[in-house]
Design a protein around this ligand. Structure first.
Ligand code: OFO
Length: 191
């Protein structure tokens, strides 16, 4: 070993804090549940002739599966074991469009609180190796809350009392594309 190598810091080989791992495993289940919830909502929209909303929710369900995979791959990369728990059946009995949009926004607020809880725990336990991932999720939740509250506001403003406004919004939401260059594609490329 050269002098220079001898001075280099050793790789952090400690096991990841188990309380943090448990919370991340719970979050993987929540992200898969979110995917199923949004797929169920997509089915409702398809059934009610709103193909643009159905498409938007279908893309959202794909994004949620990506979120689950980001946490899953992070645990693998850090030498911890992902354990996939039971996934509850999502709601499928929705009243109307507004009901779905409200439930979506509320669900994202719930997910944000859950991400913040993991972040708090990681800091409390001095577990900094998950910081990058958690910071990405904190920022992602700002976007998720903003998108879902905008969908609700725009529906109430332009579509709630107007079939033609609803048609316009539906056409607009049909244009959504799955974001490219997300964190998941980077992680997959590394494995
Ligand atoms: Fe995974 O962000 Fe929505 O739920």
């Amino acid at each position: 070993m050269s002098k220079r190598e001898a001075k280099m810091p050793k790789a952090d080989t400690r096991e990841l804090n188990q309380d943090v791992v448990d919370l991340i495993n719970d979050q993987i289940v929540l992200e898969i549940y979110s995917a199923h919830l949004y797929l169920s909502m997509s089915a409702w929209f398809s059934e009610h002739g709103l193909d643009g909303y159905a498409h938007w929710y279908y893309i959202q369900h794909l994004e949620e599966l990506d979120h689950a995979k980001i946490f899953y791959l992070d645990l693998i990369e850090l030498g911890a074991e992902p354990v996939i728990g039971a996934i509850d059946a999502p709601d499928s009995d929705f009243k109307d469009v507004e009901d779905i949009l409200v439930k979506t926004y509320e669900h994202e607020l719930y997910i944000t609180a859950s991400i913040h809880k993991i972040y708090d725990e990681a800091i409390k336990k001095g577990e900094y190796r998950v910081n990058d991932t958690l910071e990405w999720f904190v920022a992602e939740q700002v976007e998720e809350e903003s998108n879902t509250s905008t969908n609700l506001d725009r529906f109430r403003l332009f579509a709630k009392e107007s079939p033609s406004g609803l048609k316009d919004l539906d056409d607009e939401l049909a244009q959504r594309v799955l974001a490219k260059g997300t964190r998941i594609s980077t992680l997959e490329a590394e494995i």
